[in-house]
Design a protein. Structure first.
Length: 167
């Protein structure tokens, strides 16, 4: 006959028949898969949201947008990569100045170009000089041409203007 004490201990070790599932490692696995899929998800063109108080012009353009340094020109300010370069006061002076170069914009763009060139050296890819300009429909032509001239002088000769596509 078996020892009654050993039989009781065996029943205690077996538990009451419930099996508990440990889902921690499964959640880790799903999180890793989700992050992998999000990082590898590719959309056609770049997703661009216009700046606040900015209405882009309409065009029949066929080229897709691609990522580049962003300059936004609205009805009173100029922004480079979400940093205000010219506020409303400086913008008002810009409309009256005779000089074609926008000094504050030039300085900001030169800083970005230097950083991009350093990153290009580190990564081994050439500096493209691409820049995207989002200009409001209402901005004067003289301001747009001055911004484009300043971009070219600062080392960004490849300019793209963002527009809404006519359907």
């Amino acid at each position: 006959m078996a020892n009654p004490r050993a039989a009781r201990q065996a029943r205690r070790r077996r538990g009451n028949g419930e099996v508990k599932l440990n889902i921690t490692s499964m959640m880790d696995m799903f999180t890793i898969i989700l992050v992998f899929l999000i990082k590898n998800f590719s959309t056609e063109g770049a997703i661009v949201t216009p700046a606040e108080n900015l209405t882009l012009p309409k065009s029949t353009v066929e080229r897709k947008a691609k990522g580049a340094l962003s300059v936004q020109i609205s009805r009173g300010i100029i922004i480079v990569e979400n940093v205000t370069v010219l506020d409303e006061t400086a913008y008002g002076k810009l409309l009256k100045q005779k000089e074609f170069m926008i000094t504050a914009l030039y300085d900001a763009l030169v800083n970005f170009a230097e950083e991009s060139r350093k990153m290009a050296e580190i990564s081994g890819t050439p500096f493209s000089g691409d820049i995207t300009i989002q200009g409001d429909v209402e901005i004067p032509y003289s301001v747009l041409t001055r911004v484009m001239y300043t971009c070219g002088q600062a080392g960004y000769p490849n300019m793209n203007l963002f527009v809404y596509r006519n359907e």
